[in-house]
Design a protein around this ligand. Structure first.
Ligand SMILES: Cc1cc2nc3c(=O)[nH]c(=O)nc-3n(C[C@H](O)[C@H](O)[C@H](O)COP(=O)(O)O)c2cc1C
Length: 327
């Protein structure tokens, strides 16, 4: 009897497929569709801290909004005009009509007053919070340690207000991935989502315009995630979740083999429809049966750096020294 269950930062998932934060999870109906197609959990579309700031005064202390209206206009142009209050209703209703974990997602760059809003997410019934900390360093003199401090302060501030687990969705660009991973864990995060995929900017050389291309990922984008989950597995004391470029069961199996607790998928669902979740689960189960695994724990981490006989394979870019001193 095959059991696809997995425990992700204390949440019991019936299988390791999480629909990552995107427009497919922007409404209770969307969440229900994901659940009906077999998702183990969903991460709601992100609420931006600027959106919270617009409502925070009313929700928290009736003071004047701390952000400028231009920022809110910008959010609306991006098509993200859900108010913080609407977001709470999406959580409540999603929990009412499904029985899978619902993870709220906050897109943030600062630890301003908005962090207190996290407790409303918990009160509305969110099972966990995912922080999408997309901080873009622009200051040529900024010390990387300060950037790390800033990220960790956001995590500890949010954690101060909630008891539910907090995950951090990180981008792939850090001077030392092991160090930032360890520091985020120490700041109170229960999980790391590796990696966020940033907006792909490009130039149309005929129209001489800036454009966005490659909205969806390609399966060959997942090797960086594979590398870092493999290296960090059982070394930083928190759950690791794989994201970016996972399009099919083969991708899922690889990420579980290097140590992921679960995977987050998005592009493949836009490209092939939500039935791709069912296809992945069928293929995953078939592979487990063929290889005589009854549970995911039977093979999780088998190909992680600490368990393979060529451990330096995953370090082919001088990362080994950065790992010294990490338990
Ligand atoms: C249309 C679309 C909307 C997205 N919106 C969000 C979002 O609100 N918050 C977030 O953290 N990630 C967002 N993402 C990123 C995805 O959650 C995911 O991290 C990324 O697409 C990489 O996974 P994939 O390779 O499976 O697509 C979005 C992606 C797409 C394609």
């Amino acid at each position: 009897m095959i059991n696809l269950g997995t425990n992700y930062m204390g949440l019991n998932l019936k299988n390791p497929i999480i629909v990552s934060s995107c427009s497919l999870t922007h409404s209770p109906e969307g969440v229900k569709r994901c659940a009906d197609h077999g998702a183990g959990a969903v991460v709601l579309k992100s609420l931006f801290e600027e959106q919270i700031a617009a409502d925070v005064s009313r929700l928290i202390d009736n003071s004047v909004p701390v952000y400028h209206t231009e920022e809110l206009e910008y959010m609306k142009r991006l098509g993200s005009d859900t108010s913080a209050n609407d977001y709470l209703k999406i959580i409540e209703q999603s929990k009412e009509i499904t029985d899978i974990p619902v993870i709220a997602s906050l897109n943030c760059v600062s630890n301003k007053k908005w962090t207190e809003f996290s407790r409303y997410l918990e009160a509305a019934g969110a099972d966990a919070i995912e922080l999408n900390i997309a901080f873009m360093p622009k200051d040529f003199d900024e010390n990387p340690e300060k950037i790390e401090d800033h990220i960790c302060n956001i995590v500890s501030d949010v954690k101060h207000y909630v008891n539910i687990p907090v995950a951090v969705k990180l981008g792939p660009y850090f001077t030392s991935m092991p160090r930032i991973a360890k520091r985020i864990r120490k700041s109170g995060a229960s999980a790391l989502v590796l990696f966020n995929r940033f907006y792909q900017s490009d130039i149309d050389i005929h129209r001489m315009e800036l454009v966005s291309r490659n909205k969806y990922s390609h399966p060959n984008e997942m090797s960086n995630t594979l590398r870092w989950i493999s290296i960090l597995y059982q070394r930083i004391g928190c759950s690791l979740v794989a994201n970016t470029g996972i399009h099919n069961a083969e991708g899922v199996i690889k990420q579980l083999l290097v140590g992921a607790k679960a995977v987050q998928i998005c592009s493949t669902l836009y490209l092939h429809g939500l039935s791709q979740i069912e296809n992945i689960l069928i293929d995953l189960e078939r592979w487990m049966r063929e290889n005589e695994y009854e549970t995911i724990d039977d093979f999780r981490g088998k190909m992680s750096q600490k368990n393979v006989n060529q451990p330096d394979y995953f370090e082919r870019q001088q990362y080994i020294r950065a790992l010294v001193g990490i338990d």
